[in-house]
Design a protein around this ligand. Structure first.
Ligand SMILES: Nc1ncnc2c1ncn2[C@@H]1O[C@H](COP(=O)(O)OP(=O)(O)O)[C@@H](O)[C@H]1O
Ligand code: SF4
Ligand SMILES: [Mg+2]
Length: 363
């Protein structure tokens, strides 16, 4: 079966200065590579999480998939159709089947439009003029558990949690096959995070859409995602089933992220493994393994040789880029406990081993 979305060897660059300034400052390559040869697939109904520090390229991948950003090279196929090289108009029928929940829900809702206009904007954008605007707004509000009279409100009259719900409702308007949720819980109280995630999980169960979730919150990943990909400086450094990566991370960066996972239980015993220092600038990528400047296991080879992806024979779906992958059971490295936030009970049952053969590979 074809995957719903296939991203292959995706490269996205940004210009860091104009041509004149580049000339004046003698800058030969005034670009940064925000996404560097990323490949992955998402099957129908599946959830893939993208994890990584701020600036690692997660939102750029999302924006490129929905056509807000052009790739320098690489391929994006949706339901078997190459869409990366299509014009905006040609891409429209495919964009109609994907929806994005943006990182900043209030900022992404136009302040001058009512909730009803915001919810039904996707119908207008896609030329569906005959829809019953009032009826659709009510239907969508009901789906996300908000009263019908919210249709008359403006964004400034919404709380953070309500704005997220409107973001979800808007994303669901055209019954998409894929939802891209960029940091859907950022800035929300833990209880509201739980509500929003439960809602997303319930709607995914009911409607069967695939979800690409971008988040810093590893508790969210653990409970929502079938598979996860860890990004560093625009590349995937480890990819695999969520269960496997949490049980046996092989890349030191993953290990450090898991160990640094915010722990709401004050009694939890944590043997913290810090990621040392700042993420390097994309203007000056480290040589060899790009994580070597921060890695506590780095050896001589690491600064010299770029690590290609590898995997273990017992789980070829789990791959990582490291010359010296971790061998030990992480339970002996640090004790991790899962957050007892209230959404866990609802969605723990969703966490299932991936049914698919290798479908994501770092590049
Ligand atoms: N429009 C843009 N112009 C220039 N640089 C950008 C642009 N968008 C993102 N970047 C840069 O690309 C890198 C990746 O950004 P982003 O994808 O937003 O990361 P993340 O979502 O992981 O925090 C960052 O260094 C960011 O500054
Ligand atoms: S290749 Fe070396 S520096 Fe890079 S993550 Fe592995 S051990 Fe650390
Ligand atoms: Mg982002």
């Amino acid at each position: 079966m074809n995957p719903l979305l296939r991203v292959k060897d995706l490269h996205v660059r940004f210009r860091t200065m104009g041509p004149l300034k580049a000339l004046a400052t003698g800058t030969k390559d005034p670009f940064i590579d925000a996404v560097c040869g990323v490949s992955f697939e998402i099957r129908k109904g599946e959830t893939l999480a993208l994890v990584g520090e701020s600036g690692s390229g997660k939102s750029t991948i999302a924006r490129t998939i929905i056509g807000l950003q052009r790739a320098v090279s690489g391929s994006i196929t949706f339901d078997g159709q190459e869409i990366e090289d299509l014009s905006r108009t040609e891409r429209k029928p495919y964009l109609r089947r994907m929806a994005m929940m943006f990182q900043d829900p209030l900022g992404s809702l136009s302040p001058r439009l009512t909730v009803q206009s915001l919810l039904t904007e996707p119908f207008r954008i896609h030329g569906l003029k005959d829809c019953d605007v009032g009826g659709e707004a009510k239907r969508l509000l009901r789906m996300v558990g908000l009263p019908a009279d919210f249709a008359r409100r403006y964004p400034h009259q919404l709380s953070g949690g309500q704005a997220r719900r409107i973001g979800i409702a808007r994303a669901l308007a055209l019954n998409p096959d894929l939802i891209i949720a960029d940091e859907p819980t950022a800035g929300l109280d833990v209880s509201v995070q739980g509500e929003v995630l439960n809602l997303l999980a319930r709607l995914q169960d009911e409607l069967g859409m695939a979800v690409l979730i971008i988040t810093h919150n590893l508790n969210v990943v653990r409970h929502m995602a079938d598979r996860m990909a860890i990004m560093y400086l625009g590349r995937f450094v480890e990819v695999g089933s969520t269960e496997r990566i949490f049980d046996q991370p092989r890349h030191p960066y993953t290990e450090a992220l898991l160990a640094a996972n915010p722990e709401p239980d004050p009694d939890a015993v944590l043997n913290r493994i810090e990621v040392r220092g700042e993420m390097p600038s994309l203007l000056r990528r480290p040589s060899g393994c790009e994580f070597h400047t921060r890695c506590r296991y780095a050896q001589d080879i690491c600064g010299r040789v770029f690590p290609e992806p590898s995997s273990t024979p017992d789980d070829t779906e789990h791959s990582f880029r490291c010359h010296l992958p971790l061998e030990r059971d992480p339970a002996t490295l640090f004790e991790r406990r899962l957050s007892p936030v209230d959404f866990t009970s609802r969605i723990t049952s969703r966490h299932r081993p991936s049914a698919s053969p290798r479908s994501v590979a770092p590049k």
